[in-house]
Design a protein around this ligand. Sequence first.
Ligand code: CDP
Length: 236
Amino acid sequence: MQKKEELYSGKAKSVFATDNDDFVVLSFRDDTSAFDGEKVELLSRKGMVNNKFNAFIMNYLAENGIPTHFEELLNDTESLVKNMQMMPVECVVRNVASGSLVRRLGVEDGMTLSPPIFELFLKNDALHDPMINEYHIETFGWAKAADITEMKALTFKVNSLLQKLFAEAGMILVDYKLEFGLFKGKVYLGDEFSPDGCRLWDAETRKKLDKDRFRQGLGGVIEAYEEVAHRIGVQL
Ligand code: CDP
């Protein structure tokens, strides 16, 4: 497999073509951004940690029946993935209230949510990723009804699997965001799963071990990511 030209550069990852149209290279950079790209910093080792973290999670999910775009780890900061047509939608599950839910609805931060809450957002920085529902997605053609149903089912299946994985390592999976795409007409989990796109708290102390450390200027961002990786058994 030969890496070719850069196709796209996002806020934390870049995508490169390969000599096979079915596959692309995901390159995890050290760039860290928050608040729709308003706060940006380079955090040393982040690309490597997130690449390896994501590979571990994607492999774990695939072993447990979730179709994912992940193919193989190529080196410290790059992975080979399926070349999907991404759906411009973010699927969020919340097990505990935090972040935008608290700001939007005024509920108590840290409140356990039973049953968990599922939310959809449009992936659009210029519009600040507005909240949407299934009707917007279908009517504006961002995804087909059957694919929305599939994304939602997979997002909840991922919740059971990851809640258990993190609970066994002494952590609470507070919330997370997933993105999906289509490959040869079938829905696959895409993007990444890392502490950049979820909230993880220590189960005893409720210490934040995720990107909220960066958003809130708490320091020790990469140290926290490395601790989470270490606890679940990721080899860095
Ligand atoms: O992070 P923020 O408070 O702005 O938004 P949220 O709706 O509370 O985010 C819910 C979860 O999705 C958090 O774990 C975020 O890290 C994640 N998320 C993300 O990874 N990318 C986004 N564009 C929005 C949310």
